[in-house]
Design a protein around this ligand. Structure first.
Ligand code: GUN
Ligand code: ZN
Length: 443
């Protein structure tokens, strides 16, 4: 981790080609007024916030950083990722339910050890920053101390993190199960310690319907009803065997989503990972509630879960954000995630534009989380969570970049060929928190 204490109050100016969105691009539109492309501009940061964007260079009262020819974008927002799962990323040979028991639960159980939980949280957040992600909705583990470790590490780094203790009181190993009373006490204490502290927010975190009893789901719903500022995150309809299991466990529910709806867990601050195996009635219910789906294409491909129907979700009015779902997903890179999202749509004969993908990883995610004024855009007043990118790294990408005829072609090639190697620098609330080449740092 890097960054300086003076950075927050310093006046910093970044020069480069600024790319973000003023609105939402439509499906299939490669030319859209939603894109804001401001080449050769200066981004002025003071007190951790963006104060202006201008074509003229600012005076010498600003620490000026010239990134001519590089792109400056809002930091990415990963709306579904598991901080304890770096140890199981790229684990061979299983679909979801076997993957959980074979690989994932043992790795999460190790977070009962506090030093391990602290080291794991620090490694995870530094890796996010090194991939250009400055905000995330995160699953730690069932252990309250894993939540403390994650929030505390996020606070140190100034990151915008939404997280909560994972609820699991059945169908899980002994060392990962809680119960309703313990969960209630731990959640109350964690919410008191962290919710609304700086840039942190608490999410009532149900792992997924099969690992919570109806009593625990009801507790989660009561908490959401008692404080509408809390988020809720869980998994939904990811894998066919999982969906069949939920049908057995909750025969009274109309669908998997309905299990959550009946418990009071379907609302505007709900983030549902995956949502692959849904019916039209589910998409309609998600849209009415204003809930979002965190589409996780890398994970869906790696675990063989299925192909997400983004177009159908869009047509129904459901908000869709993008997520890595590491360790089911195989990279923390939101660029790789966008590339995978394009390929998933291609298999369904649909075309995902670079704009649609990039919007879902920035402004779209921010708005779906109710954080549009703070993150996801390069706008005066927003937090200065921004990243500087190389549009092309290596001879193949450089050649493709050179021959591209339109901005969409260039951005699409960047999202398809790029990854963390394209990242030059990451700023969080105006502080430089990652730099590819330390000799570039001039603060
Ligand atoms: N469903 C329940 N838990 C998990 C998890 O950790 N990862 C994924 N991808 N799906 C889940
Ligand atoms: Zn997940």
């Amino acid at each position: 981790m890097s960054g300086d204490a003076a950075g927050v109050s310093a006046r910093v100016a970044l020069h480069g080609d600024l790319l973000d969105f003023g609105g939402a691009p439509g499906w299939g539109e490669v030319e859209t007024p939603a894109v804001r492309w401001r080449p050769d501009h200066w981004l002025l940061i003071e007190g951790g916030r963006i104060v202006s964007v201008q074509a003229e260079a600012p005076d010498e009262g600003w620490a000026r950083h010239d990134h001519a020819g590089r792109w400056i974008l809002p930091g990415f927002i990963d709306t579904h990722v598991h901080s304890p799962q770096l140890d199981v990323i790229a684990s061979y040979g299983t679909e979801l339910l076997d993957w959980l028991t074979t690989h994932t639960f043992p790795a999460e159980a190790r977070h009962a050890d506090r030093p391990h939980a602290e080291a794991s949280a620090a490694l995870f957040l530094d890796a996010m920053l090194a991939h250009g992600t400055t905000a995330a909705v995160v699953f730690p583990t069932v252990h309250a101390q894993s939540v403390d470790a994650l929030f505390s590490a996020a606070e140190t780094r100034g990151m915008r993190i939404v997280a909560g203790k994972v609820l699991m009181d059945r169908n899980a190993p002994d060392d990962l199960r809680d119960d309703v009373d313990v969960a209630e006490k731990e959640m109350e204490a964690l919410i008191g310690r962290w919710h609304g502290k700086g840039r942190l927010a608490y999410a009532v975190t149900v792992r997924f319907a099969p690992t919570s009893t109806p009593a625990q789901l009801a507790l989660a719903g009561r908490l959401c009803a008692a404080d509408p500022s809390l988020y809720m995150q869980t998994h939904l309809a990811e894998n066919r065997a999982e969906v069949a299991w939920v049908r057995e466990l909750f025969p009274e529910a109309r669908s998997y989503l309905d299990v959550y709806a009946r418990a009071g867990l379907l609302h505007a601050r709900s983030v549902f990972a995956h949502g692959i195996w849904l019916e039209d009635a589910d998409r309609a219910a998600l849209a009415v509630a204003g809930a979002q789906i965190a589409h996780s294409p890398s994970s869906n491909l790696f675990l063989g879960s299925g192909l997400f129907g983004w177009r159908a979700a869009e047509a129904a009015g459901v908000e869709v954000s993008l997520a890595t779902d590491v360790g089911g997903g195989t990279s923390l890179s939101m660029l790789r995630t966008m590339a995978d999202a394009y390929k998933v749509q291609a298999l369904a004969a649909e075309r995902l534009t670079a704009w649609k993908a990039l919007h879902a990883a920035t402004r779209g995610a921010a708005e779906a989380l109710g954080l549009g004024a703070e993150i996801g855009s390069i706008e005066a007043g927003a937090a200065a969570d921004v990243c500087v990118w190389e549009p092309a790294v290596g001879p193949v990408a450089a050649r493709r970049h050179e021959v591209a005829r339109t901005l969409h072609e260039r951005v699409f090639a960047w999202m398809t060929l790029g990854d963390d190697r394209n990242l030059v620098e990451t700023y969080v609330a105006g502080r430089s928190m990652y730099v590819r080449d330390a000799s570039l740092r001039s603060e």
